[in-house]
Write a protein that binds this ligand. Structure first.
Ligand code: GDP
Ligand code: MN
Length: 364
């Protein structure tokens, strides 16, 4: 197991969920789901999973967000699968659309040019990533909360979550929590790191003790070790990272997969976070490149948080598309899909780097 100096799992095995739910207060927290009406089946599937594994005991509310009006069918269907309060929000142009100060034809052309990169040809995908990077926390329905848990269509939770992650994050002074940490596709973020470093210098940010999680000093060694152990797997062949040094630092492409996130909203509301977002907006990479909200959130975490404020939910089982983390011996009543490979030991995983930075190690 991971021998964490800075970040132990909140649970090993099952806690007494009735005790947990009755003893500790509810946090000011919500599930947040950005979705299209057409994602309804996937949304219901994710909700059924999280209700069964967790929320039937804790009853956290849901906020659904959409750039179009939700249909009655959508609203009725999601209300049927939870006892919790459900709210629906529409995103105005000011939150969803590209900034009106930038020439829209230029944006369209820039996006049209991005062929051969996953999703990069879709203006809506760019808008979604920009929304999650720098807008979601400004929506009135999200503004009322202190914490959010991001939920996506077609994800599943494969272990019981027998305690309140929000409560434990608060208790242990955590700000940002993740389940999966992997390498980003290099071609989606050619200049994100450059602009990030430029901003870090411009505002004189002191380097946190977590920053080196994103640097590749041990990357080659890591790949070499994995290859030697013959764990190289065709499923997760990722492009070589850009080896370009920027100010002596190389981005190793590690990022937290943001389709699962539990985090404090005041992190995003801070002046420091918003200054960084303004710099990224000015750089134009939400349209000239395909910057994902995942690497953006992650690098912000690296710039602004200490390692003690970041939490790996290693005891959760979580699946999205072809990747899962299965908590195996750590989790509670896990029932992980057998056909989906575990990400932790794979080439594209950043958990070894995490362990190095957090002062722990991974047993095989
Ligand atoms: P992936 O996980 O990177 O493959 O991206 P997804 O297609 O799952 O999109 C991420 C999230 O944003 C999901 O919750 C989608 O339902 C949502 N989403 C993506 N594009 C749009 C859009 O154009 N409108 C709305 N309302 N939601 C979107
Ligand atoms: Mn998704």
């Amino acid at each position: 197991p991971l021998n964490e100096t800075f970040d132990a799992p909140f649970a090993v095995g099952c806690k007494n969920v009735a005790y947990e739910a009755n003893t500790y207060p509810r946090m000011n927290a919500t599930f947040m789901v950005l979705t299209r009406n057409s994602d309804l089946d996937g949304v219901l599937s994710s909700m059924k999973s999280i209700e069964k594994r967790f929320n039937q005991h804790f009853n956290y509310p849901y906020v659904f967000l959409n750039d179009e009006s939700f249909t009655d069918e959508f609203k009725e269907a999601v209300q049927k699968v939870t006892q919790s309060k459900v709210q629906f929000g529409i995103l105005g142009q000011e939150l969803w659309d590209f900034p009106s100060t930038v020439d829209q034809d230029f944006i369209d052309e820039a996006i049209a040019e991005q062929v051969g990169i996953v999703y990069a040809n879709m203006p809506s995908y760019h808008k979604m990533c920009r929304f999650f990077s720098k807008q979601f926390y400004k929506h009135p329905l999200i503004q009322q909360y202190e914490w959010y848990w991001r939920l996506e269509p077609d994800v599943s939770f494969s272990c019981d979550i027998s305690y309140d992650p929000f409560y434990y994050m608060q208790k242990y002074n955590k700000v940002y929590g993740f389940v999966i940490a992997i390498k980003e596709l290099a071609e989606t973020v050619p200049n994100l790191f450059r602009y990030t470093i430029a901003h870090k210098k411009a505002v004189n940010l002191e380097t946190t003790d977590f920053w080196r999680f994103f640097l590749n000093d041990d990357y080659d060694k890591h790949i070499q070790t994995l290859k030697e152990k013959q764990k190289y797997d065709q499923v997760f062949v990722l492009p070589e990272p850009p080896l370009e040094q920027i100010d002596g630092e190389i981005y190793n492409l590690c990022h937290f997969w943001s389709n699962f996130e539990i985090a404090r909203l005041d992190f995003y509301r801070s002046k420091e976070y918003n200054d960084y977002m303004n710099a990224l907006e000015e750089a134009g990479g939400f349209w000239t490149e395909r910057w994902g909200d995942a690497p953006v959130h992650s690098l912000a975490v690296g710039l602004l948080l200490n390692r003690s404020q970041v939490h790996y939910f290693r005891d959760l089982g979580y699946q999205h598309s072809t990747i899962q983390h299965c908590a195996q011996d750590l989790g509670c009543n896990c029932d992980c899909p057998l056909t989906v490979p575990e990400i932790e030991p794979r080439l594209g995983s950043c958990i070894n780097r995490w362990a190095e930075v957090m002062g722990g190690y991974l047993d095989e």
